[in-house]
Design a protein around this ligand. Structure first.
Ligand code: ATP
Ligand code: MG
Length: 808
């Protein structure tokens, strides 16, 4: 096994049967109020569309002109994608135009590399700008406008230093003080400003400020800075300038120069709007149509488990925490592209999350939903084995070989096409798809059991061959020759369908599995003293399977070709691929709603490493509380005495203090301590396995609320388990899940009676047998109805109805 982290294949718990090769509709939830819970797009127009349409209808503008105004100081990220889709989309929908404007007023951080990256990414997203503009081309015009304001007595050169300026500005509750230089004459200001431009003064010696109002309730209006001195080389203007305009001074006028009608920016600029307008008004600027641009703000996108700020992303790149701007774990457009995400999926995501006026965080699953949705109909299905286990088919001829014709698409995708898939005596299957000692409900291969090899035969495992170190080296199986393309013969129980590749013709591949880049949903929230967002990086965000095998049809695959590896997820060929070696990235797993309903096999933990010193290891403690602290013992006592928990459960909870705390928080919402303990210990701990508690998408009270729904008999335990599986995904409150998915118990007899009647028609023999005295068959009928209603029917009611009908 050549991988850096042992991790079960993502969908390894899924039962696979040929009819199930489709993605179920996934219901979504998100922290963002703008995303409907079912993942559909927000209905109706967003507020910007309404504004634009009003303006056009009222004749305020003839054409809509928007712009996307990035600062070229980093690669664009998914947040920029939202802004790009919004700006270009608004113009496209209304027959307007969009400029790409580089807001390049800051010489220190900007670079042509970033300009190129931004252009490439906007194009790749599928948009074409009308004009390519640069704020740095407006430096001369901006300078002239500054001179105009000075001449009008509306701007002055200030000699206060940065700290003094901050000090004089006041606070939100206290007015600021006027600078002693505020009263300079127009002549003196003009002279000083010209000399600032001429390079007479060092960096920071002087600034140009607008003369507005130092007591203004809006802090942005307290004599804002317009220019500062920076003796730095600009990537486009070279050394032509040593004073540079501030963003606020450049932005509105740049919009006016370009006849922008709707200047859309993120909420943090809301208070800047007054200033934006003040400058335009006091300069008397109107654009060429005699109108002025208007700024509108919308909520920026924040995505869970990642950061969307170039300043932070640059730290990840420069610090070597990722392989570069296009590392597939990065939320940059370049990273998403390399990850295999399509432009269509990103556009869909940007539209799906909508445009809101309130900041929010969006769950990563919303992005994944858009990705799967797109790839489902785009990515042909093929077979690949990440962690190969050799299977010899003992009754297949030594030199035998045949070529099967395997469909690329499942039945529900309206596409056609097949590829040849060689079958031979030795194949590889996923190591995960075999269990020597299968847990309950394990639907894969085990000693003596049979499974179907996808697109091929049913095989039965006869023998397990072990290596010297005790690991499984090989399985010896038998195949059933008449099962190709036909059902299992009578009496042969098939436990599932698994994927495989032919041993001699499979192609070697390095497969890179990516996980979330950060461990916590908001890596910038609640940082402890001295902690930074970098401390929240997920150390397991990359797992490499260096010795994966893929089916031979991928021989001609080129970089950026996308596939679904059946049962595993969507994958893309990485540009690192060489003629003799494929490199493949996992784009996204196939997450199925039913995956969680099947009990996970116990994780086989590696034995603990031997102790560093050769002293004999202490015998395992016979007293389960042997190494418990006083605090933990007291907790056990309290749980048993006051809450009435079983001793064993109390010991388990007290053994893990964060878990105990979670349990106690759950009790805030639940009245039954033992039932709550059962859920924490049996359901939650099994789900968590080795992952830390803080990664859970929900808190203790939410679990307590779930337990209470069961205690109140609002839902049955099987339903509660389904709700729990949903909660594990998106952390929604249980009551919401119950409502949304209609999981309330079925208590109406007229909903159950037709099911019972249908069963009786389908199983007349069993009805006869029951009536002849085999009353044990009652359980069969009740069980079938419960299955048909996915556990939602009230079992007592079902039993009563079944009894009644069978008695007739
Ligand atoms: P960063 O913090 O990543 O540097 P920025 O806002 O400083 O972001 P700019 O290059 O100035 O980056 O942004 C260009 C445009 O993209 C702006 O209109 C900005 O409002 C928008 N934008 C940036 N980040 C987001 C985001 N997370 N969601 C939506 N729009 C964004
Ligand atoms: Mg910026």
């Amino acid at each position: 096994m050549q991988m850096e982290r042992v991790q079960p294949a993502p969908t390894s718990l899924a039962v696979m049967c040929p009819v199930s090769f489709r993605l179920p509709t996934i219901s979504l939830s998100t922290h963002s109020p703008s995303v409907p819970a079912d993942g559909t797009r927000p209905e109706g127009k967003n507020f910007l569309e309404e504004i634009v349409e009003d303006d056009l209808a009222a004749g305020r503008h003839k054409t809509v002109v928007t712009r996307f105004p990035p600062e070229p100081n980093g690669y664009p990220h998914i947040g920029h994608a939202k802004s790009i889709v919004l700006n270009f989309g608004l113009a496209q929908q209304h027959g307007g135009r969009t400029n790409l404007r580089f807001d390049d007023t800051n010489p220190e951080t900007e670079d042509i590399e970033y300009v190129e990256a931004i252009k490439r990414d906007v194009r790749w997203l599928g948009f074409a700008w009308d004009e390519e503009r640069y704020a740095s081309d407006y430096f001369e015009q901006l300078y002239d406008w500054a001179v105009q304001l000075i001449t009008d007595g509306k701007a002055y050169v200030d000699d206060l230093n940065e700290e003094e300026i901050r000090d004089y500005r006041g606070t939100v509750t206290e007015p600021g003080r006027e600078s002693p230089y505020r009263a300079r004459s127009v002549e003196e200001n003009l002279d000083l400003f010209a000399r600032m431009r001429a390079g007479e003064f060092p960096d920071g010696a002087r600034v140009l400020r607008a003369k507005i109002d130092m007591a203004h309730p809006n802090m942005k209006m307290r004599d804002p800075l317009m220019y500062r001195i920076r003796h730095a080389t600009h990537y486009r203007r070279g050394d032509a300038w040593c004073i540079y305009p501030m963003y606020d001074w450049a932005h509105g006028q740049s919009d006016a120069i370009e006849d922008i009608t709707h200047s859309i920016c993120t909420l943090e600029f809301e208070n800047n709007r007054a200033l934006y307008d003040w400058f335009l008004e006091n300069l008397g600027i109107e654009d060429t149509r005699g109108a002025r641009p208007h700024q509108y703000e919308f909520a920026r996108l924040n995505l869970d488990y990642t950061v969307v700020s170039k300043r932070k992303l640059i730290q990840l790149v420069d610090g070597g925490h990722v392989a570069g701007w296009d590392d597939p774990r990065m939320p940059t457009i370049a990273g998403l592209r390399r990850r295999g995400v399509t432009p269509a999926a990103i556009r869909d995501f940007a539209e799906r999350i909508g445009v809101a006026k309130a900041n929010s965080r969006v769950d990563y699953s919303v992005l994944e939903y858009s990705i799967r949705n797109d790839l489902n109909t785009e990515a042909p299905r093929v077979l690949a084995v990440l962690d190969p286990l050799k299977v010899t088919i003992t009754n297949y001829p030594e030199d035998g070989a045949e070529t099967l014709d395997a469909a690329y698409w499942p039945h529900d995708i309206p596409k056609e096409g097949t590829r040849p898939l060689p079958f031979e005596r030795t194949v590889y299957i996923e190591r995960d798809d075999f269990a020597e000692d299968p847990p309950k409900k394990y639907r894969r291969l085990a000693p003596g059991r049979s499974v179907r090899l996808r697109h091929a035969y049913i095989i039965t495992c006869d023998e397990v061959v072990k290596a010297a170190d005790g690991t499984i080296a090989e399985l010896r199986c038998r195949y059933h020759p008449d099962t190709l393309g036909s059902d299992a013969p009578e009496g042969l129980k098939v436990w599932g369908v698994i994927h495989w590749v032919p041993a001699t013709r499979a192609l070697p591949a390095e497969v890179r599995l990516y996980d979330r880049l950060f461990r916590t949903p908001d890596p910038e929230a609640e940082l402890a003293d001295g902690e930074t967002f970098l401390d929240r990086l997920n150390p397991d965000s990359l797992t490499v399977h260096a010795h994966a095998l893929v089916e031979p049809s991928l021989a001609k695959a080129a970089a950026y070709d996308r596939f679904q590896f059946e049962r595993q997820g969507y994958f893309v060929v990485d540009p690192d691929t060489r003629p003799d070696r494929l490199v493949i990235n996992r784009i996204v797993t196939l997450r199925d709603t039913w995956t969680k309903q099947i009990t996970a096999p116990p994780v086989q933990k590696a034995p603990p490493p031997p102790p560093a010193d050769p002293a004999p290891r202490p015998a395992p403690p016979s007293d389960p509380m042997e190494d418990y602290t006083e605090e933990q013992r007291a907790l056990v006592a309290r749980y048993v005495d006051q809450l009435g928990l079983d001793q064993g459960d109390a010991v388990i909870l007290a053994g893990d203090l964060p878990l105990a705390q979670f349990f106690e928080e759950a009790l805030n919402a639940s009245t039954d301590p033992q039932a709550t303990a059962n859920w924490v210990i049996h359901e939650l701990m099994r789900e968590l396995k080795d992952t830390p508690l803080e990664t859970l998408p929900f808190d203790g009270p939410k679990l307590g609320a779930l337990v209470q729904l069961v205690t109140d008999e609002t839902i049955s335990t099987p339903i509660a388990k389904r709700v729990f599986a949903e909660m594990m995904k998106y952390g929604e409150p249980p009551a919401d899940i119950v409502e949304k998915q209609g999981l309330r118990p079925i208590t109406e007899a007229d909903q159950i009676e037709p099911l019972v009647q249908g069963l009786m028609q389908n199983f007349p023999d069993k009805v006869g047998a029951y009536r002849a005295g085999k009353t044990g068959l009652l359980g069969f009928f009740v069980g079938q109805v419960m299955r048909a209603t996915q556990g939602q029917a009230d079992p007592q009611l079902v039993q009563r109805i079944v009894r009644e009908k069978l008695a007739l």
